[in-house]
Design a protein around this ligand. Structure first.
Ligand code: PLP
Length: 421
């Protein structure tokens, strides 16, 4: 559920007509709904009611500080995967003790910054990383709280590029080696082992892989406790999927996910952390774009938009489907026709949809890509020297530009020409 609905024939973001934003900032742009962000955060928070828990928003999904502050003010912690994200979360006002640091390649410098600034825990992904964290902590006279990410070898049944919980993936340590690795961690002077971490992938549309993974984590908790480790915190990762089409998909609800967590792990008395990203931000954002041309081709018509793969790469990268809707609601009798919907970038990969049934559209019409709030703006680039598109946050009847479109001068002046030229 989201807050992007038609009213009197016009698409609104909460109480703001999307066309008004387009008139103010130009196209293309991203627009997020505060009410949708908060609702999705609250669904997770309520799903874990009755257990000691923290919802750590995986900020790589959408990392604008206005989004982070919105969620942090509601009580969210953050899951970060780089020191850049760590500093951004801090700048948005998130305290270090509510930030967990994930990722397979944390450098000594990243570890130092997080330890000095304050961190809830590092989610450690390998033995060399464990040694590096211990060494940095010791040099600073600190002790680093850690969990170790275990790879439970379950098939998340999602797109290959975003599955992370099979033994062939680069993430975590094999669960079969956990005893040895936890013993190693316990022997390192700069570490305090506080728990276990697991994250099996993204856009999961079935609870069964979560259940398989969490049952393994439950067994492992008891085993490690028997071996003398104080396992008191379980970080269960993110990954719950969202509907990308309005028609046929019904991914599990956070409430059912929470019930599964309580059922599989509740008896252990651990503090629970979860790291949802996509489900909080995905359906809280649109990418709005304008039709530049309608071009008739051989047996097909192309809608050429001013948005492109550099602005929203998910279709090109993950074969992702986004519902695309006109900003002016189609007349009831409008006969849909198939379009190939493309951007202006010089690659055939710059195709958002093929043969998509849409009401008749003309140059100048606005369209909105639904479910574009997660892994949209954050993955955009300036390929083809196309400026990063602005981000807008709506709250009730107000809206604000939360990242402005850079000028061409700003982009061009980032280059430096060496003295010999
Ligand atoms: C990407 C990621 C998440 C968030 O995944 P979503 O599918 O967006 O919920 C959480 N934890 C880790 C470690 C991740 O890498």
């Amino acid at each position: 559920m989201d807050h992007f609905l038609y009213r009197d024939g016009a698409l609104y973001a909460e109480d703001v007509p999307v066309a008004d934003i387009a008139a103010a900032v130009g196209t293309p742009f991203y627009v997020y709904s505060t009410a949708t962000l908060l609702r999705h955060y609250q669904l997770f928070d309520e799903a874990l009611e009755g257990t000691d828990h923290l919802v750590c928003y995986a900020m790589k999904a959408a990392s604008n500080q206005a989004i982070l502050r919105t969620l942090a003010q509601a009580g969210a912690g953050m899951d970060v995967v780089s020191v850049g994200e760590y500093l951004r979360a801090r700048a948005a006002g998130v305290p270090g003790e509510k930030i967990v640091f994930s990722g397979v390649g944390k450098t000594a410098e990243e570890i130092r910054v997080a330890l000095e600034g304050g961190i809830r825990q590092f989610n450690v992904e390998s033995e060399p990383e464990m040694e590096a964290i211990s060494a940095v902590a010791q040099a600073l006279g600190k002790v680093a709280p850690i969990t170790i990410r275990v790879n439970p070898d379950v098939d998340a049944k999602t797109h290959a590029k975003i599955a992370t919980g099979k033994s062939e993936n680069k993430f975590g340590i094999p669960i079969a080696r956990a005893s040895a690795v936890y013993a190693h961690a316990a022997a390192l002077p700069g570490l305090e082992v506080v728990g276990i971490d697991v994250h099996i992938g993204s856009q999961l549309t079935d609870l069964a892989p979560f259940e398989a993974a969490y049952l393994k984590v439950a067994d492992l908790t008891e085993k490690l406790r028997a071996e003398g480790h104080d396992i008191r915190r379980l970080d269960l990762g993110g990954g719950l999927g969202i509907p990308y089409t309005r028609s046929n998909e019904a991914p599990p609800l956070p409430l059912d996910y929470g019930a599964l967590i309580k059922r599989t792990l509740g008896h252990l008395g651990c503090e629970i952390e979860i790291e949802p990203g996509r489900l909080i931000a995905g359906n809280a954002g649109l990418m709005v774009s304008k039709v530049i041309y309608v071009k008739s081709g051989e047996g097909r018509d192309f809608l050429i938009l001013d948005g492109a793969m550099n602005d929203l790469i998910r279709p090109a990268m993950y074969d992702a489907h986004h519902d695309i809707v006109p900003v002016v609601e189609p007349e009831p009798g409008a006969e849909p026709q198939p379009y190939d919907i493309v951007g202006p970038v010089c690659e055939t990969g710059d195709t958002f949809a093929k043969g998509r049934m849409m009401p008749p559209l003309a140059a100048g019409d606005l369209v909105a890509f639904r479910s574009a709030g997660a892994y949209g703006a954050v993955m955009s680039s300036e390929y083809n020297t196309r400026p990063l598109i602005p981000e807008i946050l709506v709250n009730g009847d107000q809206f604000a530009v939360i990242r402005a479109r850079p000028s061409f001068d700003e982009i061009i002046n980032r280059d430096t020409i060496p003295s010999w030229l």
